[in-house]
Structures are given as structure tokens and as C-alpha cells.
Design a binder for this molecule. Structure first.
Ligand code: DP6
Length: 335
């Protein structure tokens, strides 16, 4: 058998973060999360070819052959085995994935990478799966990947059931709902993070006392944030986004051994945004940090220049990328 497809996806930035599971095997989170899919300035293109004439699987990221016996790579590659078993094939696969942004530096390359891998693989094998089924497969490779299966604003539902059938991603609103929103990515570090998200969150759940308060709080914030998104209430979105980022990094610090992803430049950006909001008399920008030092700053088109000007004063920022809300995945034909 032979089948191929190429998918393009974008990373998503969580405004309410996923951090910790109630069931690790099924990847069922302790709290729901909400994200915004980024625009075409940041993309992952993944080409997948299943070919029963090949004798081994091969997986390339940015042209570099990955070691499929590496634990982390194996965890991500589990989605391919899952998809093969649904399709009833054992054909070997060649995957080639290219990111237009730094890999593994807290810019959610795993999210867009796994989402593209799932979409291209299921298309190559001609599987007709709905978005709920796709999101259940994607989160096994990377939790946040299920949110990159859609454009616009996306909620990954925590769900209640033990079998996980009610924990999946759904779109809250498409990219056209709030086109004024801008995401500015300030690349502070392009080196690979020391502790992976999966290992870090496992440690937090096990050891942090502060974390015990997080799931319920985050669940309530998701309800408020969804409402703010639907009403295009930027002030509420900004406040919730910054509070959730700080809550996450507080429980990371409270983890034993401590997880510290932010660096001095990240903190300088936090101070600068706080100053800008203070001088404007209302929130005009919101920072958020994943498991890395890089900042995502959410603002509106009319305020983006002020934010860019403010960031230009932070000398240690390596690179700035501006993007908007993305339309979500698409397929392309390739020879
Ligand atoms: C801080 O989804 O990257 O970015 O399942 O190990 O791949 P794995 O974890 P991942 O964790 C994301 C953590 C986060 C918050 C978020 O994106 O919700």
C-alpha cells in the first residue's frame, strides 16, 4: 500500500494553560485549557508517506533524522502506531516536518508538529475521522496538539468520563470572529528547554502544594475567558491571560525540584507590559509564557506599535515575530 499527504498547521498559544493529567495513559487533563491558534507567520509543514515497500520508519524534523528509540520521540510517535492500528496497516512511514520557527523553545512546536502529523497521516491512509476523534488521537502525542487541529479560539475540554471520550478540543470561535487581535512572539531563547513539559508537569502534580488549587481555579477561568472571547472583551481576556501565566509559573517554582523556565529577559518583559498597561489606564497588552522563556504578547492592532516600541527597549530579545489569529490547518498537494 502507498499513501501520502502534506498538512500545514500553526502552533497555538494557551491563554489558560494545560499542566498536569488526571490520566496519563489517555492524556486526560486536570483542567480544561483555552488557546488561540497563530497565523501563517509561524507554521509547521509535515509530509507523510506510508509505503509497505519500505522496511523502516523514518522521521525527520527540519531535515534532521530523529532517533525513534528516544523516549520522548517514542511518546510522540505513538500517534502513528495508533493511526496504523485504526487503518489496519503496518506499512512503514516516512515523515518530514519543517518548522518556520525555533523548535522546542517554548513556542509549542510539538503542538503544531503532532497536529500536522495526525492530519497528514489520517489523510494519507484515507481515514474518515471527525474532529473529536482526531483530537483524541493528537493529544496522545502532545496534549496541546489537539488545540492546533482548529483555527481561531479553541477549548480543550477536561471532560469527566474515565474513558476520556468527553475530553477533546472544540472551536470556540473562528479566526474571523476577532481579527483585531495580534500575537507578538518575543524570542528570548532559542535553546531547547531543560525539562520537557511532560516530565515537568508530572513532577508538579506529584510535588507542588500550590498546584492543588490550580485545576478548579483554571476551570472557572475557562468559563470566564470563553465568555470574554465571545464578547470580545479585551480587558478581561488580558487579565485572565496574565493571571494564568503567573499561576502556572508559580506552581512550576513550587515544584520539587523547582522548574524555572522564565529568565531575566522574560521578567523584564512582564514589567514593561505592566508599565504600559498602567500608563494607558487599562490593559492594552497581555503577556503569557509556556514552558520556556519566550513571551507571547496578545494585543490589538491599534496598540501593536506601542507594544513593539516597548519591546525594542529590551535589548536582550533575540527576535520578534508578529502574527494574528490563524485560520487553522490545511492540506497541500506536493509532488
Ligand atoms: C505550558 O502539550 O507540550 O505549553 O503532552 O508533553 O507534549 P506534552 O505537553 P505539551 O504541554 C503544554 C504545556 C504548556 C501549556 C499549554 O500549551 O496548554
Amino acid at each position: 500500500m502507498y499513501g501520502k499527504a502534506t498538512a500545514i498547521t500553526s502552533p497555538n498559544i494557551a491563554l489558560i494553560k494545560y499542566w498536569g493529567n488526571r490520566d496519563e495513559r489517555l492524556m486526560l487533563p486536570n483542567n480544561s485549557s483555552i488557546s488561540m491558534t497563530l497565523g501563517d507567520e509561524l507554521t509547521t509543514k509535515t509530509k507523510v508517506i506510508f509505503d509497505s515497500k519500505q522496511d523502516k520508519d523514518q522521521f525527520y524534523i527540519n531535515g534532521k533524522l530523529q532517533d525513534l528509540s528516544d523516549k520522548e520521540t517514542m511518546e510522540r510517535f505513538a500517534v502513528i502506531n495508533k493511526i496504523r492500528s485504526i487503518a489496519g496497516t503496518n506499512a512503514k512511514v516516512l515523515i518530514s516536518s519543517e518548522n518556520s520557527f525555533p523548535t522546542s523553545a517554548g513556542l509549542a512546536s510539538s503542538a503544531s508538529g503532532i497536529a500536522a502529523m495526525v492530519l497528514a497521516s489520517t489523510k494519507a491512509l484515507d481515514l474518515k475521522l471527525d474532529s473529536r476523534e482526531l483530537s483524541i488521537i493528537a493529544k496522545v502525542g502532545s496534549g496541546s496538539a489537539c488545540r492546533s487541529l482548529f483555527g481561531g479560539f479553541v477549548k480543550w475540554e477536561r471532560g469527566q468520563k474515565a474513558d476520556g471520550t468527553d475530553s477533546y478540543a472544540r472551536q470556540i470561535a473562528g479566526h474571523e470572529h476577532w481579527p483585531e487581535l495580534v500575537d507578538i512572539v518575543a524570542v528570548v531563547s532559542d535553546s531547547k528547554k531543560k525539562v520537557s513539559s511532560r516530565a515537568g508537569m508530572r513532577q508538579t502534580v506529584k510535588s507542588s502544594l500550590l498546584y492543588k488549587a490550580r485545576p478548579e481555579w483554571a476551570e472557572n477561568m475557562c468559563v470566564k475567558l470563553e465568555d470574554a472571547i465571545l464578547k470580545k472583551d479585551f480587558g478581561t481576556l488580558a487579565e485572565i491571560t496574565m493571571k494564568d501565566s503567573s499561576n502556572l509559573h508559580a506552581v512550576m517554582l513550587d515544584t520539587y525540584p523547582s522548574l524555572m523556565y522564565l529568565n531575566d529577559t522574560s521578567k523584564e518583559i512582564m514589567y514593561k507590559i505592566a508599565e504600559l498597561n498602567e500608563s494607558e489606564g487599562k490593559p492594552v497588552a497581555a503577556y503569557t509564557f509556556d514552558a520556556g522563556a519566550n513571551a507571547n504578547i496578545i494585543t490589538r492592532k491599534g496598540d501593536a506599535d506601542k507594544v513593539m516600541e516597548m519591546l525594542s527597549q529590551v535589548a536582550s530579545i533575540k527576535e520578534i515575530r508578529k502574527t494574528g489569529i490563524g485560520k487553522g490547518p490545511r492540506f497541500i498537494e506536493e509532488s
